[in-house]
Ligand binder design. Sequence first.
Ligand SMILES: [Zn+2]
Length: 171
Amino acid sequence: MRCPYCGRVEDRVVDSRTADDGHVIRRRRECRSCGRRFTTYERREEVPMLVVKKDGTREPFSREKIIKGIMTACEKRPVSHGDIVGLVTKIERDLGATYEGEIPSRAIGERVMAALKELDEVAYIRFASVYRSFRDVGEFMDELHKLMGAEEEAGDAASPASPKAGKSKDA
Ligand SMILES: [Zn+2]
């Protein structure tokens, strides 16, 4: 790192600590040439990605949206919150490594399907059956929520233990 005082590039790190709840590494450096100290900050590169939809329009990549969609597909399945978050983190990392700046919405849907297939067959079928007719994640997520809502209502009679129904177990 070039010294701000003398312009030389040799320095040594005299102190290194995290800041901003682990999002930043702050390094105190000492110039080997003039001996003066300065500070550098290291942050993860934050480049927002865009999702390219089937019709060519773009929208910001939303991790929350994917998590919500998967949670909906996994409703009443033996899939933990940690499973879902871990799955999305893996997908996000993979997308980040494969695409730069823009991600086709299709690539997201396909990765979600592949991951769900390994995680939970029922969640996979729910997700895939709706997704295949849309090929667009945003539109699809909306539809999935509607569908799952309808399924839950229809399923109440058959599943008396439904926690969301607000009915007595023995009714
Ligand atoms: Zn210097």
